[in-house]
Write a protein that binds this ligand. Structure first.
Ligand code: SAH
Length: 372
């Protein structure tokens, strides 16, 4: 397959690996072996057949160019507040980039400056969400704006106006108004359907997510087990576990809107052997351990900062037969594995998955067994 080259590479900073895809996979394997090799054999990384345009969630920052007065859009240069004007990207969904370009043109006619535009696209169902973020609650001529946008892109299924008056690094503010459609889109993974709303976390590379989840479920060895899905987001892994052999699943997640989506997701997939708790994962599992509950398998998929010692202490107290750790940061994964392998757990498999080609990010699934 011919390699693509990006003309914004140096300025943008969104991608860090300017090398052929095969070399990227080798680079990631070496890093994994360096960080995790001491725990056991690292299986060859699962790469992508076509490692481009995989990002199903695309964000663009808008600004007025001081010299030309033109409205431009682009991405934040890594580690700075400077916006690099970018109109196409080799890792972003192509349709999303086209929609952002259309909005850029429309802002001229409708005379407003969005702070950000967020587009989410499910490649499996073809549903598309557009979120226009402004600092003011007033979006001039919103009806006509939606009409013009839908005319240019009839494939858009929902449009949301999000209001973010705060000067923080968060793109979305607390308030939103649905301007068109249902306010969410649906994606399909491994035979289940999942609702994605503007704010909830959802894996950004659908093709690789199926491979990631398949690996996690295989390691979990679900057969009639009681499973805890910690940091469960919209409940994807837990729902698939409940469908594929687990007896009972409990999902725990901090973000309220993700839990709402998770409950809805279980319902629409007719999964009855799962329930969700809106709580801090560490507090929740500590309580389970104090109440001497039994859990056979703990699956955890924490954010980049990893888990906490208190969480891992509670896992050790619950002593499940299996732990499946899904990690998006091999450094915090190494730290957490160092801790848990001192508490009667042994690493039995390590599988890296390339969820983010052209960037240095690496996703890893680790299987751990209880041993005395
Ligand atoms: N397993 C899910 C989500 C993984 S992302 C999936 O594959 O889609 C990590 C999730 O952890 C996010 O949804 C985030 O909101 C949640 N989270 C972050 N800190 C948390 C905490 N302290 N307790 C519980 N959930 C937390």
């Amino acid at each position: 397959m011919p390699e693509k080259k990006c003309k914004f590479y140096k300025k943008c900073g969104g991608c860090q690996l300017d090398m052929p895809y095969e070399a990227q996979l080798e680079y990631k394997m070496k890093l994994e072996q360096k960080l995790l090799g001491k725990f056991g054999n690292v299986s060859p990384i699962i790469g992508m057949y076509y490692p481009y345009h995989y990002r199903n969630k695309v964000q663009a920052a808008f600004y007025k160019d001081a010299r030309s007065g033109q409205i431009l859009s682009g991405v934040y240069q890594s580690n700075s507040k400077k916006i690099v004007p970018v109109d196409t990207c080799m890792i972003e969904d192509k349709k999303a980039d086209e929609i952002i370009q259309t909005i850029r043109k429309l802002t001229k006619d409708f005379r407003f400056l969005p702070r950000h535009v967020l587009v989410k696209h499910s490649p499996n169902t073809n549903e598309i969400m557009v979120v226009v973020v402004t600092d003011s609650p007033i979006l001039p001529a919103k009806k006509n704006f939606c009409k013009a946008l839908k005319k240019a892109h009839p494939e858009i299924t929902t449009i949301i106006h999000n209001i973010n008056p705060y000067d923080t690094s968060l793109v979305l503010g607390p308030r939103e108004e649905i301007l068109f459609g249902l306010g969410y889109i649906t994606d399909k993974l491994l035979g289940c359907t999942f609702r994605i709303s503007a704010k909830s976390f959802y894996q950004i590379n659908s093709t690789q997510t199926e491979k990631l989840y398949t690996t996690a479920l295989k390691y979990a060895d679900l057969n009639n087990k009681t499973v805890l899905d910690a940091y469960c987001g919209t409940g994807t892994i837990g729902i698939l576990a409940a469908k594929h052999g687990a007896a009972q699943v409990i999902g725990v997640e901090l973000e309220k809107s993700a839990v709402k989506d998770a409950i809805q997701n279980a319902k629409q997939n007719q999964i009855k052997n799962i329930h969700f708790c809106n709580a801090d994962a560490t507090e929740f599992i500590t309580e389970l351990a104090q109440n001497k509950e039994t859990v056979d398998v703990v699956i955890l998929d924490p954010p980049r900062a990893g888990s906490t010692e208190a969480f891992l202490d509670a896992v050790a107290a619950l002593s499940p037969q299996k732990i499946v750790y899904v990690s998006c940061n091999p450094e915090t994964l190494q730290r957490d594995l160092d801790y848990i392998t001192k508490k009667h757990y042994k690493v039995t498999a390590i599988q890296p998955v390339d969820m983010f080609p052209h960037t240095t990010h690496i996703e890893t699934v680790v299987s751990l067994d209880f041993c005395i």
